[in-house]
Each structure stands twice: as structure tokens, then as C-alpha cells.
Design a protein around this ligand. Structure first.
Ligand code: PLP
Length: 389
């Protein structure tokens, strides 16, 4: 078989399994509505929780920084790529998260990949929720640690695995998403933090979907729950509520010093470009004071939940801005997502294996959605599913 036959056969196989994916490009500002194929559609699949991706304050900060400093960072962080804006952003994140230091990666994916693979050696063990994000799974795969996958949000299962195995290993690292990206539920972080103390483990929490959204100033869920001091490694992304691009790890000075020297995705990649750093700095300043935006987001979350509950939709119980409607098969999931877009001008993505086991449509509410948008989404779903009679 030649190379092109190999590729074609694989693509055919993906299509045959109904798992073929294609890119959909929009051509407007990224907000609660976007232009897609020349039409205005409601965007309810983005992670732009606070609407900052299209915010004029971020635009202004980026244009000023680009005018002053140019665009590219010119090299990796340890060679020529560390601009004073990178240093400022890291100090700002540490101050915001209440940690000694922070380190910024080019994405949240790289933060997880580079941290887990740098920390975990063959003498170590990692305990990971079965629904953790792919970047955590890949970081663990790159390490030589023994891995224990505990049942989703199941504290008893985690406890069992820790008690059977912790004494055999140098480090025992528990890793979990705070809000699960494809289910919308939350990890039982308080209980997990207790187990961490009982077993002398290290706790790593991925706040990708809670940074900017929860906590008194938007610091994240561990701050909302008052357990930030129990979390050794606080990871987050600047690409979702912050509306920019990048990822961070916040923690002790020793942790950041270690990662600076050992994390391959940090060391061997060009430093994030000026626009994303300038946007992130501005976004964090906004997030600290964005009480009204967060209030609007919570109001929308509660309203959307209440409206969805009026129907017997097959929803996964949500504890966040993420709402997922489950289906029995991939065909139906894709068909309904396409119908929402083509007929009702609603962009809500179909999520299929291997991202998830059970296919679903994922809806993400934003602070900037109007009540009428949410009503219209629920009405459209009920129309398609024949539940409006
Ligand atoms: C839970 C979780 N962790 C990490 C990431 C990766 O972050 P980023 O998109 O900044 O690479 C994502 C998003 O895709 C996520 O949902």
C-alpha cells in the first residue's frame, strides 16, 4: 500500500464510522452571534464565557502592544523569546491566583502535556479521572508513571486506588478537571483535597472551564470552594473565559523553577506571541472586576437549565455553563446539530467518539446571550425532537 492509499483508506474508514470531522469557519467577531456562510447564527458552542474574545478593551490592548513591540516573540522562552510582557503576565497570574509563581505556556494543552510529562517518572503514580481532558491523558501517556484511572468523580474509587498503591511510589499525583469539558459537571474537589492530605499526594487541578467563571474575582473553582491552598498545581487556560490564547500553571516557586528547566513543551517551543500575551494581561484585569458579567453568565446558566428542564430532553446533569444533550447514535447527533445550524441558525457542536463515548450536542452559554436566544434554542430543539405539541 502506498502512502496515499493508506491515507485514503483511513479517511474512508473514518467516514464509514460516521466519525469524519470537518472545519467550519466563521467570518465575523466572535461573540454570542457569528456570521457563518453569510448568515447570522447564534453561537452556543464556544468557550467564550464572558464574551472577552471580541471585547474592544482587548482589541485596544493588542493594537497598542503590537504597535510598540511588534508581533512575534522570536524564539523560545529560554533563548530569545521572553519579553517583559511574558514576565508581567506570569507575575499577574501568580498574584491573582495567590501562588508564589506562575508559568505561561503557548496553550492549555501544552501546559498539561508539559507539566505532567516533566513531573512524573517511573517511580511515580498518577490517579486520573476517567473523563479528564485529552491533554491530561496525553501528558500521562508521555510519562513513565504508573497510571490509575478512577471512575468519573468517584471519591471511593480514588480512595481505594490510593490506599492500595500510594506506599509503593515516590510521588502520588491526583489529577482532575474542575469542570468537565464534555459533560459540564464538576469534580468533588473538597473530598479529593481531603484524600490528597490523607495520602500525602500531590493535587493537580485543571481549571480550563472555571478560570474567569468561578471564585470571588474569577480566580477559579478552587477559590470558590476555599481550597486553593490544598492544590499544589493550579492549571488554567487563557483561551476560554479570558478570550485570548495560552495556558498557565500556578504554584510554588520550586514547581515553576522545575518546569522552567524540565518541561519540554515550554522549553522547545517559541514563546507565545505579543498579541496573545497583551490580550491575556488585559483580560485578567477585566476578569478581576467582571462581577456583572459573571452575574449575567450565572443568570443565563440558571435560566437555560430551567427552560431545558421543562422538556424531557436527555440531558447530562450540568453544574456549569456547559449543557450536553445525549443521543443513542452518532447519525442522529450529527443530523440534529446540522438541522440546528441549517434550519434554525444555531451553532451547537456534535461531539462524538473518540472525544466522548456517548455522542452528544454540547451547548455553552455565555454572559452575552439574551434570554430570547436561550428561549429560541430550547424551542428549536423541541421542534426538531417533536416535543412542542
Ligand atoms: C479541561 C481542558 N483542559 C485543557 C484544555 C486545553 O486548553 P487550550 O485550549 O488552551 O489548549 C481544554 C480545552 O480544550 C480543556 O477543556
Amino acid at each position: 500500500m502506498n502512502f496515499y492509499e493508506f491515507l485514503t483508506e483511513n479517511i474512508e474508514q473514518i467516514k464509514h464510522s460516521k466519525l469524519y470531522r470537518r472545519l467550519r469557519s466563521f467570518s465575523s467577531h466572535s461573540g454570542p452571534y457569528v456570521k457563518y456562510n453569510g448568515k447570522k447564527v447564534i453561537q452556543v458552542s464556544s468557550n467564550n464565557y464572558l464574551g472577552l474574545a471580541g471585547d474592544v478593551r482587548l482589541q485596544k490592548a493588542v493594537s497598542e502592544a503590537v504597535k510598540k513591540y511588534g508581533v512575534g516573540s522570536t524564539g523560545s522562552r529560554l533563548i530569545s523569546g521572553t519579553h517583559e510582557l511574558h514576565t508581567f503576565l506570569e507575575e499577574q497570574i501568580a498574584e491573582f491566583k495567590g501562588t508564589e509563581r506562575a508559568i505561561v505556556f503557548s496553550s492549555g494543552y501544552n501546559a498539561n502535556l508539559g507539566t505532567l510529562s516533566a513531573l512524573l517518572g517511573e517511580d511515580d503514580a498518577v490517579y486520573s479521572d476517567e473523563l479528564n481532558h485529552a491533554s491530561i491523558i496525553d501528558g500521562i501517556r508521555l510519562s513513565k508513571a504508573q497510571k490509575f484511572i478512577y471512575k468519573h468523580c468517584d471519591v471511593d474509587d480514588l480512595k481505594r486506588l490510593l490506599s492500595e498503591n500510594h506506599y509503593k511510589h515516590r510521588l502520588n499525583v491526583i489529577v482532575t478537571d474542575s469542570v468537565f469539558s464534555m459533560d459540564g459537571d464538576r469534580a468533588p474537589l473538597k473530598e479529593i483535597a481531603k484524600l490528597k492530605e490523607t495520602f500525602g499526594a500531590v493535587l493537580f487541578v485543571d481549571e480550563a472551564h472555571s478560570f474567569g467563571v468561578y471564585g470571588p474575582r474569577g480566580e477559579g473553582l478552587v477559590h470558590e470552594l476555599g481550597i486553593a491552598d490544598k492544590v499544589d498545581i493550579q492549571m488554567g487556560t487563557l483561551s476560554k473565559a479570558a478570550g485570548s490564547k495560552g495556558g498557565y500553571i500556578a504554584g510554588s516557586s520550586e514547581l515553576i523553577e522545575y518546569l522552567t528547566n524540565k518541561s519540554r513543551s515550554f522549553i522547545y517551543s517559541t514563546a507565545p506571541a505579543i498579541p496573545s500575551i497583551a490580550a491575556s494581561i488585559e483580560a485578567i484585569e477585566i476578569i478581576k472586576k467582571a462581577h456583572n458579567l459573571r452575574k449575567s453568565l450565572y443568570k443565563n446558566i440558571n435560566y437555560f437549565k430551567k427552560r431545558l428542564e421543562e422538556y424531557d430532553f436527555n440531558m447530562i446533569p450540568s453544574e456549569s455553563a456547559i449543557f450536553c444533550l445525549k443521543f443513542d447514535n452518532i447519525d442522529e447527533t450529527c443530523r440534529i446539530s446540522e438541522q440546528l445550524l441549517d434550519k434554525y441558525n444555531i451553532m451547537a457542536s456534535a461531539i462524538r467518539p473518540p472525544t466522548v463515548i456517548i455522542p452528544r450536542i454540547r451547548f455553552c452559554t455565555m454572559a452575552l446571550h439574551e434570554k430570547t436566544d436561550l428561549d429560541y434554542i430550547v424551542y428549536s430543539l423541541a421542534e426538531i425532537l417533536g416535543k412542542n405539541n
